[in-house]
Design a protein. Structure first.
Length: 391
């Protein structure tokens, strides 16, 4: 079990590293291939788009086929895509490699978590799933510095080649880990039944609410805050340090959430965290001062960590179909990673940054309110103690 969990955590950290490593290299790719802003943005968005497409199907497959087999295949796919990115002679090949990587990325985040859930099968939220978010945070923090330094010393291909070798090695170690439980036998109509069953569970609903709030608000902040800090005279290095500091806060808060376990991995915490998230945006809604923006970046980091870290254990513990539940959660994350920046940018252009932050507050409160009302309805209709047993 220890080898399985540690290997999966490493694979997820490497997946996030490969996902975000391209960000500091975008200017050089834009120059090499003469890219427009839209074409450059497509390289960053490609992982989210591919994950959006593959997450639910991967979750359903993980309920029909061994999640172990799918995870190992996804690890090999990510490594292959990394090598393809390193050797890409044109923009078309590079974009195709990023899309293939995104498919492997989405499967690892879905089938890998289903495999880990099988190995730690319990009626309670398994904290081991929450630790995957902590591992992802480590990969995100390391990625920009690693890619920038290695590319500067060894060339543009080197970060992807090195990370590809590491991904292949971790996948090989993972192949020697435990097999988990056998996947349930396939049944006709399993696809729709699994989605309906998973979507009807309070824990899955809470997980979806957590990811919608954390994903939409977090991705929009990542777009608007740097623009406002730049307008206030902050250099790129200063902005990067601000977000790096927030990322470190995220990692510490996520690790603390895992350690506290069921004391904070519960539906009540999702409701409280979503409400606190909305209130945390108030300084940015009222003022465009740099101090207010920095306060929002840093103060929102531990709340995003709580929401994301709690989402997967809640969904896995209470979904009747674990793969389908995790697939739905990952699909929601991928959707927010694509929609958040687009809608946030459109709102900022239409009503200004202050109005955009106000809309994010209203959205967070609406999601929290809808979740609370649905859980209360579950208690009234089914007698299900949604606010306690589901977390």
């Amino acid at each position: 079990m220890r080898r399985l969990s540690l290997s999966l955590y490493l694979l997820i950290a490497l997946a996030e590293l490969l996902h975000w490593a391209i960000v500091p290299l975008i200017p050089e790719y834009a120059e090499r291939f003469s890219l427009s802003d839209f074409a450059a943005g497509a390289l960053v968005a490609s992982t989210g788009l591919a994950t959006l497409v593959i997450s639910v199907p991967a979750g359903l497959l993980a309920d029909r086929l061994p999640a172990r087999r799918l995870t190992l295949l996804a690890g090999a796919t990510m490594a292959t895509a990394a090598f393809a990115q390193a050797l890409a002679p044109s923009y078309a090949v590079l974009l195709a490699a990023r899309l293939v990587f995104g498919l492997g990325f989405g499967i690892v985040w879905t089938a890998g978590l289903a495999w880990l859930s099988e190995a730690t099968s319990t009626d309670r939220p398994p904290p081991a799933l929450g630790a995957t978010v902590t591992s992802a945070g480590v990969g995100i923090v390391v990625a920009p510095g690693f890619a920038g330094l290695v590319a500067a010393q060894l060339g543009l291909a080197a970060p992807f080649a090195i990370a590809g070798v590491a991904t292949l090695a971790v996948t090989a170690v993972l192949a020697t880990a435990g097999r988990g439980q056998a996947a349930p036998a396939a049944k006709e109509g399993l696809t729709l039944a699994a989605l309906r069953a998973a979507g009807g569970e309070p824990g899955v609903r809470a997980g979806l609410a957590a990811i919608l709030i954390g994903g939409l608000v977090g991705s929009t902040i990542s777009l608007l805050a740097p623009l406002e800090l730049h307008a206030a005279g902050f250099s790129e290095a200063s902005i990067g340090l601000t977000f790096s500091g927030a990322a470190l806060i995220f990692i510490v808060a996520s690790a603390a959430t895992v350690r506290l376990g069921e004391r904070v991995i519960n539906v009540r915490s999702v409701l409280a965290g979503g409400l606190a998230f909305a209130l945390t945006l108030t300084p940015a809604t009222l003022s465009g001062a740099a101090l207010a923006i920095i306060a929002v970046i840093c103060a929102s980091a531990p709340l995003r960590a709580l929401l994301f870290t709690a989402a997967y254990p809640l969904g896995a513990a209470h979904g009747t179909s674990v793969g389908a539940a995790i697939g739905m959660l990952n699909g929601a994350w991928a959707l927010t990673s694509v929609v958040g920046p687009l809608c946030g940018g459109a709102l900022a252009e239409a009503i200004g940054a202050r109005g955009a932050y106000g809309c994010l507050q209203a959205l967070s409160l609406a999601v929290v309110g809808a979740l609370w009302l649905r859980l209360r309805r579950d208690v009234a209709v089914r007698g299900r103690p949604a606010l306690t047993r589901s977390g």
